[in-house]
Design a protein around this ligand. Structure first.
Ligand code: GLA
Length: 376
C-alpha cells in the first residue's frame, strides 16, 4: 500500500510527501453506547488508510483518491465544500481544525485504503484520522489526540450527516497493537487491555450487504435515547437503571422504551466482559456477545436478516460468542471462536449463507494493530 500511494503521489504531483497511516476498528462489545455516555471496548485493526501529504504553499487542497481513481480540488473556506462525498471527509477535517484555531494551508495528497467499505469497520473514521493526525503533524498544530478524534467525529456530524459517537475515531487514533481499549465515553477515561485469547480467535464475517442507512436510522436511534434521557432528567442514558426506566414507561413510546432497555443492559455487559477477560473466562465473554446481538436485533432493531442468519449459524456451530458489530443494517458479525471449532464454523457459515443469500460472506481474521501513526 505504501508503494502504491507513493507512486500515485509522485505521478500526480511530481514530488514526495510524508506518509501517514491510520486504522479501521473492531468492537468486542459496547455497541450504540458511545453517544449515550457509556462504555465501548474497541481495538484498531490491520487495515486502514495510508495517505501521503505535502503542504503546497497555496490555500488549495488537491486530493487524489487512488482506489476511486478520482481527483478533487477545493479551498479551505466553509463555502468551498467539495461535491465528491469522499472529499468531504478531508474538507471536514480541515474545517474542524480551522474552527479550533489551527492554522493550516493548502496541501497535496494521495491516499488509498483497505478497510472493507460498509463492513462496519469504520473506513470513514480511518480516513478522518489519517488526515487529522497527518495535518496536525505537518502543520505543527499540537492538537492532543482526543481532540484529533473529536475533529473526526465533528466531521461526521457537520459534513457527512451522521451524529455518531466517539468510538470509531478514538479507536483509530489511540489503537495499540495487541490491545483492546475500554473507553468510558462520559469521562473519556480509558484503559488498554492486552488481548491474546489463548485457544480462541476473533474473526469477522462480512455479509457484504449494506441496507440503506444514510444517517437517518442511526440518528433516529440516537434521538430515541436522548428523549428517554431527558424524560429521566439525565444528560445521558448512562447510569440509568431498569427501575428508573420502568417508572417512566407510560410517558415514552414503546419503541423508545425498548431502545433504552437495550442501552441500559449493554452497560453491564461491557463491564462483565472486561472482568471475564481478566479471568480468562471466554464462555462468559461469548455469552454476553450473544445477548448483545439479541438486544441489537430485537430491542434496538439495527440488525438485518443476513446478520441474524450468521449469528444463528454461529450458535448452531457452538461458537463461543457472536454478534453483529458496528452501527448495523448490514456489515459484519464479530465471532469469538475456539481454535478447534474454527474450520468447521467458517466452512458451515460460508456454505449455508451462500445457499440462502446467493453469495458467500467474506472472512476477515482479526489482527489488533496500531492506530494512526507517521510512516515517514
Ligand atoms: C457507528 C458509529 C459509532 C458507534 C457505532 C455503534 O460505528 O460511528 O460512534 O455509535 O456505530 O456502536
Amino acid at each position: 500500500m505504501e508503494t502504491k500511494v507513493r507512486t500515485a503521489f509522485n505521478r500526480h504531483f511530481n514530488t514526495e510527501g510524508t506518509l501517514y497511516a491510520s486504522a479501521g476498528r473492531i468492537n468486542l462489545i459496547g455497541e450504540h453506547t458511545d453517544y449515550n455516555g457509556g462504555f465501548v471496548f474497541p481495538g484498531a485493526v490491520d487495515c486502514g488508510i495510508t495517505a501521503m501529504i505535502r503542504p503546497n504553499g497555496t490555500d488549495r487542497v488537491r486530493a487524489c483518491a487512488i482506489d476511486l481513481d478520482d481527483f478533487a480540488e477545493f479551498g479551505l473556506r466553509e463555502e468551498d465544500k467539495p461535491a465528491a462525498s469522499w472529499a468531504r471527509y478531508i474538507f471536514g477535517v480541515c474545517r474542524e481544525i480551522c474552527k479550533r484555531g489551527g492554522k493550516i494551508g493548502g496541501f497535496d495528497t494521495a491516499f488509498s485504503g483497505d478497510v472493507p467499505l460498509g463492513a462496519g469497520m469504520s473506513s470513514s473514521a480511518a480516513l478522518e484520522s489519517a488526515f487529522a493526525f497527518g495535518l496536525n503533524d505537518l502543520f505543527d498544530l499540537h492538537i492532543d489526540k482526543f481532540e484529533l478524534a473529536r475533529i473526526g467525529q465533528a466531521t461526521e456530524h457537520n459534513y457527512c450527516g451522521v451524529k455518531c459517537g466517539i468510538m470509531d475515531q478514538f479507536a483509530s487514533i489511540f489503537g495499540r497493537k495487541g490491545n483492546l481499549m475500554r473507553l468510558d465515553c462520559r469521562s473519556m477515561e480509558f484503559e488498554y487491555f492486552p488481548f491474546d485469547p489463548q485457544g480462541y480467535r476473533l474473526v469477522l464475517l462480512d455479509t457484504v450487504v449494506k441496507h440503506e442507512l444514510v444517517g437517518s436510522p442511526y440518528n433516529d436511534r440516537r434521538a430515541s435515547c436522548e428523549r428517554v434521557a431527558r424524560t429521566l432528567g439525565q444528560e445521558f442514558l448512562r447510569g440509568a437503571t431498569m427501575a428508573q426506566l420502568d417508572a417512566v414507561r407510560e410517558r415514552i413510546s414503546e419503541e423508545d422504551y425498548r431502545r433504552a432497555r437495550y442501552v441500559i443492559g449493554e452497560e453491564r455487559r461491557v463491564l462483565d466482559v472486561c472482568d471475564a477477560l481478566q479471568r480468562g473466562d471466554y464462555a462468559t465473554v461469548g455469552a454476553r456477545m450473544y445477548e448483545t446481538h439479541d438486544g441489537l436485533s430485537k430491542d434496538y432493531e439495527v440488525s438485518c436478516e443476513e446478520l441474524d442468519f450468521l449469528v444463528d449459524t454461529a450458535r448452531a456451530c457452538n461458537v463461543t460468542g457472536a454478534r453483529m458489530m458496528g452501527g448495523g443494517f448490514g456489515g459484519c458479525t464479530i465471532n469469538l471462536v475456539a481454535d478447534n471449532d474454527y474450520d468447521h464454523f467458517i466452512a458451515t457459515a460460508t456454505q449455508r449463507f451462500a445457499e440462502r443469500f446467493g453469495h458467500a460472506p467474506k472472512v476477515y481474521p482479526v489482527v489488533i494493530s496500531d492506530g494512526a501513526h507517521k510512516i515517514g
